[in-house]
Design a binder for this molecule. Structure first.
Ligand code: T4K
Length: 405
């Protein structure tokens, strides 16, 4: 075997000279926000629903086509105060294939997560798995538009309507994604976004709740600010979930470029899908015909038999090429220690979640990724597949390395 054509794990030259991280946040240049930040600092108002937070809330409401956007300090707090606003107690049916915050926030709000399965193609909450879990304790259904791929919203809404339940969405990944031509943010009773540094719309730490419901929006604003309507006589035990002016300033600049970024990500995702189409054993998250994901993440699902290596082995071998993929989301939440007792009680049986979570890998993916970088990643994956047999033999002989996957 020619060394230069060999994968890096077998002694070839890595495709990339320096490591590609899973995400690379794009922030506006400091110059663009400097003068505004200077003004804010001069005025002394750095937080507490300041000028820039209000400006960003208006801008986001306009962008999403929704009546109310309530900015908060992160997506987890957004989920917590939304849960608190919709129910005092009861169960929330949600997927296990998600980031821990989705379920943890429900627990913090005094609600009990109940894990439902996902659809094999879209990786989003499967309405057929939700239906049998509905009972007199169910307070809400929460879909997660995972990796930016919108849920089966119509089907979930029909279920919620039939049983008089609130439908909410963890839209942490899906800022700018569309469903039936409209941006997510206005579906269900409310949706929650994360603007964490790792997200497509990064402000550092930040998040938002969007809703068309006036009463809910009022309640959320109270919950965000100690339960104080501005009278110093609190109405409810709210907490501090306010966004700072600095983060809002970054958001205002992001909003000017986000559509361009999403367009670029969609084009890149299409390119990657086409490049890797013929690689045996690799398949992609599918979108519904009327969905337009923002491609917050670019994932591949690895079939060990056809590809020649399993997902964990591919992760390791990519790392040698300086491609730092991630196992989002493994293990699924029902297998986390946190939810041990819940799942013993509820007998969580989630075969599709297990299937996907054991096989899916998220590849590095950025709003400013060049086609040549993406091409390099695709080339590396193809090269790895072609050498899968010797790689497997090598990994079998090196259990110390295999363990790191
Ligand atoms: N719901 C869902 C479905 C979510 O995915 C999340 C968060 C939430 C709710 C809660 O929203 P927030 O409360 O976070 O607003 C990261 C993020 O911390 C987390 O926000 C995110 N989901 C999750 C999917 O990813 P980790 O543990 O993977 O982060 P970490 O520190 O390993 O960072 C990943 C990569 O990002 C690193 O390789 C370096 C890069 N990075 C990271 C940070 C923090 C940067 O380039 N800049 C940075 O500032 O959780």
């Amino acid at each position: 075997m020619m060394r230069e054509n060999a994968p890096a794990i077998l002694g070839g030259t890595p495709v990339f000279q320096s490591p590609l991280g899973i995400v690379r946040p794009l922030f506006p240049s400091i110059d663009t926000i400097y003068s505004h930040l200077g003004q804010a600092m001069k005025s002394g108002q750095l937080t507490n629903n300041g000028q820039y937070v209000r400006e960003l809330e208006f801008g986001l409401a306009d962008f999403l086509g929704v009546k109310h956007v309530i900015l908060v300090s992160n997506g987890t707090l957004a989920l917590m105060i939304l849960a608190k606003a919709i129910a005092e107690e009861g169960e929330v049916i949600l997927p296990s294939f998600t980031f821990p915050a989705t379920a943890h926030a429900m627990v913090w709000a005094g609600l009990q997560p109940v894990f439902a399965d996902i659809s094999r193609d879209t990786y989003t909450l499967d309405p057929a798995s939700v239906a049998p879990l509905i009972n007199e304790k169910t307070a809400a259904i929460m879909g997660v538009h995972i990796f930016g791929n919108p849920c089966q919203i119509d089907e979930l809404q029909a279920l919620a309507d039939k049983h008089w339940l609130s439908l909410i969405f963890d839209s942490a990944h899906s800022f700018g994604s569309r469903y039936r031509g409209r941006r997510v943010g206005l579906f269900g009773l409310a949706e929650v976004f994360s603007f964490h540094a790792t997200k497509i719309f990064p402000v550092g730490e930040g998040g938002a709740i969007s809703t068309n419901d006036n009463a809910l929006a009022k309640q959320l604003r109270l919950l965000r600010t100690f339960g104080d309507p501005g009278t110093e006589n609190t109405q409810i035990p709210g907490l501090n979930a306010k966004m700072q002016e600095f983060n809002a300033l970054i958001g205002i600049e992001n909003l000017k470029v986000i559509s361009r970024h999403i367009e670029h990500r969609c084009a890149l995702a299409q390119y990657a899908h086409a490049e890797l189409l013929d690689v045996p054993g690799l398949t992609f998250q599918k979108k519904q015909i009327y969905s337009e994901p923002n491609y917050q993440n670019l994932s591949v699902l690895v079939d060990e038999k056809a590809f020649g290596l399993n997902r964990d082995q591919l992760l390791l071998v990519l790392r040698a090429e300086n491609i730092n993929a991630r196992k989002y989301f493994y293990p699924p939440l029902h297998n986390h220690k946190t939810y041990d007792s819940l799942c013993t009680l509820k007998k969580c049986k989630l075969p599709v979640t297990e299937f996907v979570s054991n096989r899916v890998l998220c590849l590095p993916f950025y709003s400013d990724m060049s086609e040549s970088t993406l091409n390099g990643m695709c080339k590396a994956i193809k090269r790895i597949h072609l050498h899968s047999r010797p790689i497997r033999q090598y990994l079998d002989s090196r259990p110390d390395i295999s363990k790191q996957g």
